[in-house]
Design a protein around this ligand. Structure first.
Ligand code: KIV
Length: 264
């Protein structure tokens, strides 16, 4: 299992980090047998698992629940990062610490939080308390309303300078890694060169220290969702539909179950 100090080693050795979201024990069991480095119990669970239209609806209860499921499935074989959900970092240090505590006690090894402005003290306090923090900047989905939609961020020189400063601030406050989401690859590359903690990109190009994708997206469960950055590694939706179709047909034709599949 990857450890927090090994994130820095990976960057020094120029060895990329792979992270995939996971919300349940079945997939965690499979991912535990894969070479993927990190499982992220993301607040995208509100959309993927709960059918909501944004990550705003993710709650402490839901992320804690999904973290417990993933932790059981992963069986101690993977480094688990869990998202601090919308506003859980904005209700005072005590609330933030108690939220992170719940996620670590549910099985996470680190928490991820969106945005550094106003979160400096919390990030420093968490890291000083032995709770590793992964930062998240760029298109931070919890800010969807402020951004006016899910749009590529840091397109202007000024916004890119600000993104760089915020990345440096995350590092100064003690974060051990940083997710950069939907930003031009040039600024992601510049940040990656200027900070010593590893950057993990999603829609941030190739000049970062690792990549993260949402599991159901990379498995092709929702072919209608086609952002430019997404590569699908499986035709998941159609493979599943084929299996359901076969089961349905074989039940209707009495082909299933056979004698071998029946108790005699
Ligand atoms: O919740 C999530 O899935 C995420 C990734 C997109 C990085 O934060």
């Amino acid at each position: 299992m990857l450890t927090v100090p090994e994130f820095a080693t990976r960057k020094k050795r120029n060895e990329k980090i792979t992270m995939i979201t996971c919300y349940d024990a079945s997939f965690a069991r499979i991912l535990a047998e894969s070479p993927i480095d990190v499982l992220l119990i993301g607040d995208s669970s509100s959309m993927v698992m709960q059918g909501e239209d944004s990550t705003i609806q993710a709650s402490m209860d839901s992320i804690e629940f999904f973290t417990k499921c993933v932790s059981k499935g992963a069986g101690g074989k993977k480094f688990l990062v869990a998202d601090l959900p919308f506003l859980s970092t904005r209700k005072g240090i005590r609330f933030g610490v108690e939220s992170a505590e719940r996620l670590l006690k549910a099985g996470a090894h680190a928490v991820k939080l969106e945005g550094i402005k106003g979160n400096e003290k919390l990030v420093a306090h968490l890291t000083d308390s032995g709770i590793p923090v992964m930062g998240h900047l760029g298109l931070t989905p919890q800010f969807v309303n402020a951004f006016g939609g899910m749009k590529v961020q840091a397109k202007t020189g000024e916004a890119q300078d600000q993104l760089l400063q915020e990345s440096i601030l995350f590092q100064k406050c003690g974060a051990f890694s940083l997710v950069l989401e939907c930003v031009p690859s040039a600024i992601a590359g510049r940040i990656t060169q200027e900070i010593s903690i590893p950057t993990i990109g999603i829609g941030a190009g190739a000049r970062v220290d690792g990549q993260v994708l949402v599991l159901q997206d990379m498995l092709g469960f929702n072919p209608a969702f086609k952002p430019k950055f997404l590569r699908t590694y499986l035709d998941g939706k159609n493979l599943f539909l084929d299996a359901f179709q076969s089961f349905h047909e074989e039940v209707r034709s009495s082909e299933f179950p056979s004698q071998e599949e029946s108790y005699l």
